[in-house]
Design a protein around this ligand. Structure first.
Ligand SMILES: NC(=O)C1=CN([C@@H]2O[C@H](COP(=O)(O)OP(=O)(O)OC[C@H]3O[C@@H](n4cnc5c(N)ncnc54)[C@H](O)[C@@H]3O)[C@@H](O)[C@H]2O)[C@H](O)CC1
Ligand code: K
Length: 494
């Protein structure tokens, strides 16, 4: 599978359509030729993944995605495969009509999809229903077909986009194909890497259809996929003062766990010193057992001040609560110019008392906290995660990590990075507290806010994937700690 220098670039549907047009109008590659190349790429992927397949069924929609399907069907039959073609409608026009004619003129039969009939018992089903042209929930007949495909035993190969997934936002307005493999053409659409995409795309492959690099000139990607990175080796003469001092502030009465996980995570991610400002009795009692994670009893701003002076980076919010104690510490911490990671109740307090940040700051909201920070709904945040994370970064003038499947990182200028790692196993308590600690530790070790957020999100999600090897169910936040250390030092490969 050709990997292009752009394999980490992500584009909007509008950008990909412009690339299509540019290929046709400026490079003189006819649309039908692009479609033929897409069909070749699709068949090559099918033969690579299922070399024993002898019988395939191709499901064609009314547009150019369907056109890809008709041409793939023709190529497959020429290659000696048994091919069934089922179509949703016979309204194909333009290149798709030409592709359909290619199939029919060579004796191919197009069966109209009938919900009362069983699907063909093919070895592989090819989804050519909708690609980038989907703009609402699939119509009833398409929805029924998609549900049948999803419950069948045979694997589905999706052409360009798993039908039903919005290639821009990663949302599924209705049902969507759960593909084993998706072969995306020309450029990777950003919606294939966030939101609900992880449940539908399967293994994602990109084929640039042999188009020259010149095609992408002047077209900057809308977002980039994070690379697997780690921190450089430490200077031999280093001492703990060289790696920064993180102060984790939180842990109201009875909520010690969150801030403790945050502190542990900062330690395991390489911070030189970690202190905790708390009034959680349980944590204070642990000091003798864990001298490397010293908890300090803080009853208000006066006892917090000396700790703030000694700290290089603040991790503010885990278990902080929104009562008078937490609010007073939040105000005091924000009044310092210290680099800051704001999470949990630190974000909820910010939603009530908005401000723009001038010091290096990383906000780490989950979709619900993001909705509160935007005074919007969680549904709207998830409807366009890219727009939401950009709006947050601009509004608060901070680096923002919008957590969730395919976490996004944005800066105030609109730059966006997408995390390709992580699993449902990470949807458990404490994972966010760990992330806060990782990012704070990276800030403390000299990373700027953008790099700390990108590297931190990547290390955290990869640590989750490594820990999930023992099973996603039963995965605890603390299971990630040893992997954070190994991955951060480049000693474990996921
Ligand atoms: N030359 C090119 O542009 C190439 C495109 N490729 C393939 O083309 C599709 C995009 O094709 P397009 O015709 O724009 O749209 P779709 O085929 O994705 O959608 C079909 C058609 O269906 C209608 N529609 C949309 N949503 C729904 C819905 N929910 N229910 C019912 N009908 C719906 C709407 O009218 C759409 O136009 C791209 O993904 C590639 O697969 C080639 O691969 C490369 C050349
Ligand atoms: K498709």
């Amino acid at each position: 599978m050709p990997s292009s220098p752009r394999s980490h670039d992500l584009y909007t549907v509008e950008q990909v359509r412009a690339l299509d047009r540019r290929a046709i109008d400026e490079l003189g590659v006819p649309g039908i030729e692009l479609m033929r190349r897409a069909a070749w790429a699709g068949l090559a992927s099918l033969r690579r993944h299922w070399p024993q397949a002898r019988h395939i069924a191709v499901y064609c929609g009314p547009g150019n995605n369907g056109g890809d399907g008709f041409l793939l069907a023709s190529l497959a039959r020429e290659a000696g495969l048994r091919v069934d073609v089922l179509a949703l409608a016979d309204t194909a026009h333009g290149d798709a009509a030409q592709a359909r004619a290619t199939w029919v003129d060579a004796g191919g039969i197009v069966r109209h999809w009938d919900a009362h009939e069983a699907l063909p018992s093919a070895d592989v089903h090819v989804d050519a229903l909708y690609g980038t042209g989907l703009h609402r929930a699939p119509d009833a007949d398409a929805a029924t077909l998609i549900e049948r495909l999803n419950v069948g035993d045979a694997p589905v190969l999706a052409l360009d986009v798993p039908s039903g997934l919005d290639a821009d936002s990663g949302r599924c307005p209705g049902v969507a194909v759960r593909a084993a493999v998706t072969v995306s053409f020309i450029a990777a659409k950003r919606g294939l890497r966030t939101g609900q995409a992880a449940d539908h795309v399967g293994q994602l492959e990109l084929d640039t259809l042999g188009l020259p690099d010149a095609l992408w000139q002047g077209m900057s990607a809308d977002a980039h996929i994070l690379l697997a990175e780690h921190l450089p080796p430490r200077a031999r003469a280093a001492h703990k003062g060289n790696h920064g001092h993180v102060l984790a502030i939180g842990g109201d009465h009875g909520t010690a766990g969150a801030v403790r996980l945050c502190g542990e995570s900062a330690l395991r991610s390489g911070a030189g010193l970690v202190s905790v400002a708390t009034r959680a009795e349980h944590l204070l009692a642990l000091n003798s057992a864990r001298p490397e994670l010293m908890a300090h009893a803080v009853d208000g701003p006066q006892t917090l001040e000396p700790l703030l002076e000694r700290a290089d980076v603040l991790a503010l919010g885990p278990g902080l609560g929104q009562r008078a104690w937490g609010h007073a510490l939040w105000l005091t911490a924000l009044d310092t110019g210290k680099p800051l990671v704001l999470d949990a109740d630190g974000l909820n307090l910010l939603a009530h008392e908005p401000r723009q940040f001038t010091r290096p700051t990383v906000l780490t909201p989950h979709p619900g906290e993001a909705a509160r920070l935007l005074h919007d709904t969680t549904e709207n945040v998830e409807a366009d995660r890219f727009a939401a994370v950009r709006a947050l970064a601009a509004r608060y003038h901070a680096i923002v990590v919008l957590k969730g499947a395919g976490s996004l990182i944005a800066d105030p200028a609109g730059r966006v990075a997408v995390c390709p790692w992580g699993s449902p196993g990470m949807a458990t308590g404490g994972m966010g507290d760990l992330l806060t600690g990782v990012i704070a530790a990276l800030l403390a070790q000299g990373c700027d806010a953008w790099r700390a957020a990108c590297l931190g999100v990547g290390l955290h999600a990869r640590a989750g994937d490594c820990a999930a090897r023992q099973g996603e169910r039963g995965l605890l936040a603390s299971d990630l700690l040893p992997h954070l250390r190994l991955l951060g030092n480049g000693l474990e490969h996921d």
